[in-house]
Design a protein around this ligand. Structure first.
Ligand code: F6P
Length: 372
C-alpha cells in the first residue's frame, strides 16, 4: 500500500478543498492508497504535524472555501527557528522517511513550486498542483482559484458602477493579483471597467486623466477604474525594477540583505499607490474620486463550478501520477486535459500577461483605457 502526504501552502484560494478531495478520493478509493494531511503547509511538514485523511474526512468539502488543512507561507530552506531562518530541508526529509511516505502532494502557487523543487532536489517524490487566484504560474493554462476570484471581482466592478454613475464619481477598484494583471484584466473586461491598470502596462496619470476627461466630454461624467494591486505608474515601475535588479546582482550576504531591505522600502513606499492615484486623478479631472480595495473577499468562500471542476480533475490526475510513480512534476491544465511539467520549468518563474495577449487586444478594441 502506498502512503502519501498532502499539504496546502501559500495564500488560501477557492478550490483547495476540492483538489484535496479530488486527489484523496482517487488515491484512497480508486488506488487503495493511504493518505495523511500536513497541517499549515510547510510548517506542518517541518514540525511533523499531520492528520490521517480517510474517505469520511474528505466528504462534504468540495464546496467549502479555504483549506481544511490550514496553510502558511513558510519556506523550507529559510524556516524561522527562534526567529532565525534555518534550512529545514534535512528535517523534512527525515520526517518523510520516518512516516514511510511514498509521495508528497503540494498544492500551492509560485512559492510552493520553489519549495517543492527544493524537496525534489533533496530526493523526495513530489507532485505539485497549481493553485492561486493570481493565475501567474508558468506552464499551465490556468490555476484553480482564478475563476472564482474573477467572478467576485467582476461583481465588485459591476456594483461600483451604481455609485460612480449616481454620484458622478471616479471609483478605483483595487484588485489582487500580486505582480501580475490577470485577475484585474479579466474582471475589468467582464465588469465593463472604463480603464484597466495592470503591472504589465505601466500607466501615466496624464493618460488615465485624459481618458476620463474624454468620457466626461462625451457626456459620461463618471468612470470605473479596475486597478491591479501591482499596477504602478512609469516612475514607480522603474524604481521597483531597479531595486529588483540590485537584489539579483548582490553577491555577498551583506549586499543581499541591504538590497532586500531597499526593495522592501520601495515596496512600502508604493503600497498605497491606489490612494495616491485617486488624489492625482481628482486634482487632474475635478471629479470626486473614491477607492474600494477588494482584499480577501476575492479569496473567500465557495469555489465556482469551473474551479471545482479544474481542482477535481487536477487532483485526480495527480493520483494517477503517484500510482505510476512519476514525480518531480507540476500537473498543469492544458485545454481539457493535463500535462506533467518538470518542476524545474516552473519554480522561480512568474507568468505575466504578455503584451500581445488576446485579452489586452480585446480591451483596446472595445475602447477600454489601459493607462499607457
Ligand atoms: O497570491 C494570492 C494573493 O492574494 C495575492 O493576490 C496577494 O498579493 C497576496 O496573496 C496577499 O498575501 P497575504 O495573504 O499574505 O496578505
Amino acid at each position: 500500500t502506498k502512503r502519501v502526504g498532502i499539504l496546502t501552502a501559500g495564500g488560501d484560494s477557492p478550490g483547495l478543498n476540492a483538489a484535496i478531495r479530488g486527489f484523496g478520493k482517487t488515491a484512497i478509493g480508486h488506488y487503495g492508497m493511504e493518505l495523511i494531511g500536513f497541517r499549515d503547509g510547510v510548517t506542518g511538514l517541518v514540525e511533523n504535524r499531520y492528520v490521517e485523511l480517510d474517505a469520511e474526512a474528505l466528504s462534504g468539502i468540495l464546496t467549502v472555501g479555504g483549506t481544511i488543512l490550514g496553510t502558511s507561507r513558510d519556506k523550507v530552506h529559510r524556516f524561522p527557528v527562534d526567529g532565525t531562518p534555518q534550512d529545514m530541508v534535512p528535517t523534512v526529509v527525515e520526517n518523510y522517511r520516518e512516516l514511510g511516505l511514498d509521495a508528497l502532494i503540494m498544492l500551492g502557487g509560485g512559492g510552493t513550486a520553489k519549495n517543492a523543487k527544493r524537496l525534489v532536489d533533496a530526493g523526495l517524490n513530489v507532485v505539485h498542483l497549481p493553485k492561486t487566484i493570481d493565475n501567474d504560474i508558468a506552464e499551465t493554462d490556468t490555476t484553480f482559484g482564478f475563476a472564482t476570484a474573477t467572478e467576485i471581482a467582476t461583481e465588485a466592478v459591476d456594483r461600483v458602477h451604481s455609485t460612480a454613475h449616481s454620484h458622478h464619481r471616479i471609483i478605483l477598484t483595487e484588485i489582487m493579483g500580486h505582480r501580475a494583471g490577470w485577475l484585474t484584466l479579466a474582471a475589468g473586461i467582464a465588469g465593463g471597467a472604463d480603464i484597466i491598470l495592470i503591472p504589465e502596462i505601466p500607466y501615466t496619470v496624464a493618460s488615465v486623466a485624459d481618458t476620463i476627461k474624454a468620457r466626461t466630454a462625451r457626456g459620461s461624467s463618471f468612470s470605473v477604474v479596475a486597478v491591479a494591486e501591482g499596477a504602478r505608474d512609469a516612475d514607480d515601475t522603474a524604481d521597483y525594477e531597479a531595486a529588483q535588479l540590485l537584489v539579483k546582482a548582490a553577491k555577498t550576504p551583506e549586499a543581499q540583505r541591504a538590497a532586500r531591505t531597499h526593495l522592501a522600502n520601495v515596496e512600502d513606499q508604493q503600497r498605497e499607490h491606489t490612494f495616491r492615484l485617486a488624489r492625482e486623478l481628482e486634482a487632474a479631472t475635478g471629479l470626486e474620486t473614491r477607492v474600494t480595495i477588494l482584499g480577501y473577499v476575492q479569496r473567500g468562500g465557495t469555489p465556482c463550478a469551473a474551479d471545482r471542476l479544474l481542482a477535481t480533475r487536477l487532483g485526480a490526475a495527480a493520483a494517477d501520477h503517484v500510482a505510476r510513480g512519476e514525480f518531480g512534476v507540476m500537473i498543469a491544465a492544458r485545454g481539457e486535459g493535463t500535462a506533467a511539467v518538470p518542476l524545474g520549468d516552473v519554480a522561480g518563474k512568474v507568468k505575466l500577461v504578455p503584451p500581445d495577449h488576446a485579452w489586452i487586444a480585446a480591451a483596446r478594441q472595445v475602447g477600454t483605457g489601459l493607462g499607457d
